[in-house]
Design a protein around this ligand. Sequence first.
Ligand SMILES: C[S@@+](CC[C@H](N)C(=O)[O-])C[C@H]1O[C@@H](n2cnc3c(N)ncnc32)[C@H](O)[C@@H]1O
Length: 194
Amino acid sequence: MAIGMFWRDVWLRPKQMGAIAPSGAELAQVMCEAVGLQDGHVIVELGAGTGALTKTIRAMAPTSPLLAFEPGAEMAKHLQEQFPDIRVSTRFAQDLPDELGPWGQTAVDRVVSGLPWTIWPVAEQDHILGNVVKCMKDDGKLVTFTYVHSQILPGARTLKTLLARHFTSVRRTRVAWRNVPPAFAWVGEGPKRG
Ligand SMILES: C[S@@+](CC[C@H](N)C(=O)[O-])C[C@H]1O[C@@H](n2cnc3c(N)ncnc32)[C@H](O)[C@@H]1O
């Protein structure tokens, strides 16, 4: 069962998981709509886990090239079995620049992130965002969720500041109240160069 696998990894790798449950369908829909996901877009998913967001990405962009990063070996295997036509990498999101060429792509239209940014040091968040932005097309967009309750933590404000450092425009989506726990997403548009 995917949920059992998720909870096992929360126990074994708490600093890489940063969640108590996979994202729900409402949050996935809010995120994919917020970046205008279309079939044909070159898409990267960061921290795909058991495929909660992947399912909606695939439904909205069924033939798009899709590269999903998931360092958890068992979850990555499960993901590849569920979605045999996507490319799954067990490397970290920060390795995106090295994965682009072997995947046969030069730049990315949309990045959908399930990464637990706010539990990481600022330098690590900044490093990942910098590498991601390097790989995006000029009209590229990134969407990443955050829990409503985590907004009181300093890390949440840091993420918004970092997104503004790497994107020309940053906005937030509505809250997906049925998600456990309720969450909204940040959207970064227009990657800043250099
Ligand atoms: C909060 S879970 C999200 C899972 C799924 N996307 C969802 O929304 O339910 C975070 C996921 O990011 C993965 N992860 C952690 N650090 C990562 C990194 N540096 N690069 C890529 N994925 C990472 C974890 O293994 C975990 O599956």
